[in-house]
Design a protein. Structure first.
Lengths: 263, 67
């Protein structure tokens, strides 16, 4: 069995166990009751999204140090997936806020607003990336952005922690006294969602790799036939592609038409 | 067996909070489902293009053999 298949099976198993624990093992919370069950999906989503943003920054540092396009690709995919998880965090958080506070959003709450700021910051990553046509510059600028924004995430987290005027419950830290059953359920949920994140990143990387190889194959076929017209006279022919197709080429992230990714 | 197991499980208190909890978990499920659907569309495109390339590469030797 291939490693991605094993990872997928592990993800499904752990997530199923996590759901079982959430609904049939973890006790009801005294104040919030059944509504607290959202905690087991919302908090892991937020933690993984924020860790993913930081991981994307670390991968971007590896790209800037080595100039290896594979690190740029990994950084891009990690940030892309973290953005999706961040959308999930915002939606599940809003649902919880509506049930608990009676409002979908509370602008005076630093935890919510700071997460929204981080989300909006990363929402500019892709437009910035695909606004640059030159593949080398695109990868370099995107890495610089990922490093800068990645450094902002823990700073933002600490700033919110230092803030005293909050309504949002503190889950982890000195003030939390989570019962062991809830803590176990939370950790299994966190593991399940972390596995889901890793699995989706693996599949995304594999898909981009396959697409890059296919483009390289198309170019090779067109060069052999000596074609100058058709598809290969377009964006593909105009841009030189230096990386080997067996790697994750930086050119895999190049816009096919201005502002639009080809992957 | 399954019915016995379900009988032993505690009843879920699906009162007013039930719709919010269901909504949150449905959101997670929907995100994964949408993502998988997008991935399958992309995979289908790659498969189609690969098929086209394969067909081209098979046509070429036949064309070269013809006088």
């Amino acid at each position: 069995m291939s490693p991605p298949s094993r990872l997928s099976i592990a993800t499904v198993v752990v997530m199923t166990v996590a759901l079982g624990l959430v609904f049939f093992y973890a006790p009801l919370e005294a104040e919030q009751g059944f509504l607290q069950k959202i905690f087991y999906v919302h908090v892991p989503l937020a933690i993984i999204a924020l860790c993913g943003f930081v991981a994307g920054g670390i991968m971007a540092i590896a790209h800037l140090r080595t100039r290896d396009p594979r690190w740029d690709m990994r950084s891009y995919v990690t940030i892309h997936m973290s953005l999706i998880f961040a959308v999930g965090t915002l939606i599940t958080g809003s649902i919880w806020a509506k049930g608990s506070w009676g409002h979908w959003w509370v602008w005076s709450e630093p935890t919510l607003v700071s997460f929204l700021i981080v989300f909006l910051l990363y929402a500019t990553y892709q437009p910035l990336r695909f606004a640059i046509e030159d593949p080398e510059r695109q990868a370099r600028y995107a890495s610089v952005f990922a490093v800068t924004a990645g450094a902002f995430v823990p700073l933002n987290f600490i700033a919110v922690r230092l803030s005293t005027a909050y309504l949002h419950p503190r889950v982890l830290g000195s003030t939390s006294n989570l019962p062991s059953q809830m803590a176990l359920t939370f950790l299994v949920s966190l593991l399940g969602l972390a596995l889901l994140f890793t699995t989706l990143c693996k599949y995304e990387l594999a898909a981009k790799h396959a697409r890059a190889q296919l483009r390289a194959l198309r170019r090779a076929a067109a060069e052999r036939e000596g074609l100058t017209g058709g598809e290969n006279s377009g964006a593909h022919a105009r841009r030189p592609r230096s990386a080997a197709p067996t790697q994750y080429p930086a050119t895999a992230m190049t816009a096919g038409s201005p502002g639009r990714p080809t992957v | 067996m399954g019915a016995l197991l379900l009988g032993e499980l505690p009843a879920l208190p699906l009162h007013t909070a039930g719709k919010y909890v269901a909504g949150a978990y449905v959101v997670l499920f929907a995100i994964v489902l949408i993502y998988v659907a997008i991935m399958s569309v992309r995979l289908g495109r790659v498969q189609r293009e690969l098929g086209e390339l394969l067909a081209q590469s098979r046509q070429r030797p036949e064309a070269e053999e013809e006088p």
